[in-house]
Write a protein that binds this ligand. Sequence first.
Ligand code: CA
Length: 500
Amino acid sequence: MAPRKIIIDTDPGVDDILALLLACAALPSELEVLLISVTYGNIDVQNCLRNVISLFAHVEREIAWRKAQGREPGFATLQTCRPLVAVGPEHPLSDDMLMADFFHGRDGLGDIHDSHPHLSPTDTWAALSAAAAQSADPEQTAIADELVKPDALFTISQNPAHQEILRLLRDNEPDTITIVAIGPLTTLALAAAEDTEAFLRVKEVVVMGGTIFEPGNVRLPPPPPPPQQHHPHPHPQQAANTPEPRFRLIKQPPSTLRSSLNTRNQITPVAEFNTFADTVAAARLYALTSPDPSSTMPPHPPTPTDNPSSAAHPPPYLAPYPPHLTRQLKLLLCPLDITSRHVLTRGQYRAAVTPLLAQGSPLAEWTTAFLTATFAKVELLQTNVSGDAVGLALHDPLCVWYCLTSTPTSTSTTTPSSDSKWTISPDEDIRVETSGQWTRGMCIVDRRSRRRREDDDGGEVAGDTGGWLRGGSGNRVARCVGTPGEGVFGAYLLGRIFGV
Ligand SMILES: [Ca+2]
């Protein structure tokens, strides 16, 4: 069977790295990784990019080590197809929305493009390369080497990630490429806005994001280091100088306004991080699953009243989609409800990797360096679990597992055939809150169990301006509700990545 062609849009990230390793460990008959598009997320895009290059450097060393040991080298799909690596956005679309709901019609929106000094992909690669070359850190030296190597396991793309995605979708037959989205959805929203019809050629978008019935996972970032001097009663003037929170949702030039926007909504108990990080991107993408995308699109910023001609309004990436699209987006959501039930325990990891460490596996050494700290952090955050029982949730890898083991279908349906052991709940009207005071990023579903109204049916109508009960409106998201097994994935992941 032909391999499933995939694009991975990622913000690496510990569980992103495990997801990427799982994809790269596939057989050529299973997956062809066309593109790794790198976005900002919990960390900035530069650091995410560095992590991807570092991954390839370690995989390369691992392959050499396995060959020298007389073992199967693994990572077979990389031997037949070199993935592109492209640079994506540095900040969310929602930046504009947050600005908009404060300014509300005042100017300030027209300057958005100038106030986001974007490095071009070429500049970003050059900056990464220069920083790595000047560092004395061996990890950085490896990255510098990797970037100039003609036989590297990846190819650098000089195109912005969203344009590279569109190019691949145009160059391939419709319904042949699956996009695996395991970071904020900004890149995909940019692609969908730039050429909606080309974007809709995608076979399926598999999204790690959202949470429907489970609590959210947006945590307060670690506190900033303590100040040099102790000020028990800070002067109001000093409050403006308080270090900004880690989620830099607004990257306008420093100001009191930026500070207050960034302080707002640092956490909410009801959102999942990827959705929270760019609610507008998520809402715009989900809207493409609707028979009527306008019914669930987020509002766009108001036109500035004092200078209406200062810029295109709304900016192209926040504009409505063209009317009369030829098809609806096939989007499979893997929310926290399903992903958090799949874990890798410290005990499992230790048992599988300790012998490899002793034998000198470069990959085992690398993953242990960051997983040791991650397991310790998980242990700190949880009650009632310790030692080898501590489990790291495999949110992002689960989406790659789906691509590896669900039976690809020849038709354009999102529902895999029944023998694949994946259970999908089709056509759910899941919407994303983009502007709530306490609920930004929450997934909203209608749990009222009221009768939906078909076009000529007289169900509940009055006041249903959101179209929750109307047949032709709302989203049609497929949701993953069952996998081949909650208890088997950790061992499967280790087996595939480490060949054990
Ligand atoms: Ca991620």
